[in-house]
Design a protein around this ligand. Structure first.
Ligand code: PA5
Length: 445
């Protein structure tokens, strides 16, 4: 389902050194399996694909159908792990254009609660003013300010526009089983709700209702997504020999690159639909590994677009980077370059070739140029953009992240650092309970 190739890192690090991680990768896998490593109360994602039941999927699909039947637009309210997985899959699989106007095939999916932009929220509420819309409110803690604020606006608008009874039908909550404001609201208002398991952290939650419900509403096959992830769960299992386990090899390679001064990993795609897969990946690796003053900085580019902006830096800037390229083997559509009698643009040498052939040559040419320029290159090939391969890719990255974090020696499943800004923001906003912090922070201004 995926083909991992590290050959183009081997001028920079040696195969022997990568394979020397075998014991560490095995220990990491065992710690994950046995729950003996750091953050072991957040391992619910590990065997999630193979444990999802048909009944659970049916419940999700039925709820998705209710939203599809009653909404032209569905707003997914969430941030970080409570939004990026759904957006990654939906954007990877969606037609780039028809979703804007073809409301017959599926509701338009929009996003809120992932920023505090007044103009963004104003424009969203204005856009929704004449739409039959619903909301999926996603928050594990149920108290995240960005999401709660957006949901407050959307709930009121939905009730005002569509009436309390319809609002009840088209607002769905995905949150903790018992605690948090989102749970209290859902229970009080009688919303349909799904539970985010305690032992699955936000950035590992794409295969819980957090990702699966919005993806199903958007019209994609969550059975196939989960099936793809399940295949990958087996392919990256603890008993798969190191050399054949793509998650272990990826984890080992990136750790060896890091130890050799490659502090920045750039995830590269040659398909604009993968932009949000990169955003999801950035969170997964950034939040999992960036701690204790350690960790590879995860960056991302969309090629060939960014070859015309970041390409210069990558080719000739500081040599602290390596690239991981996600290559999609087959496109879903065919388009050939037409012949032009006048050939004023000089492109007739491409006439009759598939656009994807041009793209693939850009990909190959870039790989060779960047390797020549001192940038090690890992290549991950997926067969196509479809539910199975995306499900597999996401699980592959999750598993590799768990192994890689343990090899690095950190707890890949916590995120203590994200609290610092919240504390300051609450103090500055005079949130009740933050009186001392308020005084202290104002003294610093
Ligand atoms: O991965 C994480 O834990 C975070 O990105 C959270 O998902 C994010 O902060 C949103 O939190 P919550 O779902 O509690 O609103």
């Amino acid at each position: 389902m995926i083909n991992l190739n590290i050959e183009k890192t081997l001028g920079f690090i040696s195969k022997e050194k990568v394979f020397a991680y075998e014991a560490q990768a095995k220990a990491a896998q065992e710690a994950l399996e046995n729950g003996t490593g750091k953050g072991n109360d957040f391992l619910g994602w590990l065997h999630l694909p193979s444990s999802i039941t048909k009944e659970h999927l049916a419940d999700l699909k039925a709820t998705a159908q209710t939203l599809r039947d009653n909404c032209e637009v569905v707003v997914v309210a969430g941030i970080g792990g409570s939004y990026l997985g759904a957006r990654a899959v939906i954007e990877a699989l969606s037609d780039s254009f028809t979703w804007l106007h073809d409301k017959k095939t599926a509701p338009v999916i929009l996003y809120a609660g992932h920023n505090i932009g007044e103009d963004y929220l104003y424009e969203l509420t204005r856009y929704l003013a004449d739409k039959k819309f619903g909301v999926i409110n996603i928050s594990k803690s149920g108290t995240t300010t960005e999401t709660a604020l957006a949901f407050r606006l959307l709930k009121k608008q939905c009730e005002d526009q569509r009436g309390k009874d319809m609002a009840k039908k088209v607002i769905v909550a995905i949150t903790d089983a018992k605690k948090g404001a989102a749970r209290v609201t859902a229970d009080n208002e009688g919303y349909k709700s799904f539970i985010i398991p305690d032992n699955v952290g936000g950035r590992f939650s794409v295969l819980t209702p957090v990702g699966l419900l919005p993806i199903a509403v958007a019209g994609f096959d969550i059975d196939k997504l989960v099936a793809g992830a399940t295949v990958m769960e087996k392919a990256c299992g603890k008993d798969v020999p190191f050399a054949q386990n793509p998650a272990a090899i990826y984890a080992a390679t990136r750790n060896e690159l890091y130890r050799n001064g490659k502090k920045i990993e750039i995830l590269v795609n040659f398909n604009p639909k993968l932009h949000y897969v990169s955003e999801w990946w950035k969170q997964l690796y950034g939040e999992s590994e960036g701690k204790e003053n350690k960790g590879i900085f995860p960056a991302a580019v969309d090629f060939s677009t960014d070859l015309h902006s970041m390409g210069q830096w990558i080719q000739e800037g500081e040599r602290t980077i390596y690239e991981t390229v996600i290559s999609v083997e087959k496109t879903n559509h065919k388009l050939e370059v037409p012949t032009d009698a006048q050939n004023l643009d000089g492109l007739n040498f491409l006439a009759g070739k598939r656009v994807d052939e041009v793209n693939k040559m850009a990909e190959l040419g870039t790989q060779l140029a960047h390797v020549d320029g001192g940038v090690p290159n890992i290549r991950i090939v997926i067969p196509a953009l479809n539910e199975e391969s995306i499900g597999g890719l996401l699980y592959f990255f999750e598993k590799a992240c768990g192994i890689s974090g343990y090899i690095l020696g950190v707890n890949p499943f916590d995120q203590p650092g994200v609290e610092a800004y919240k504390k300051n923001m609450f103090a500055l906003l005079n949130k009740p309970g933050y009186e001392e912090e308020s005084k202290a922070i104002r003294a610093r201004l």
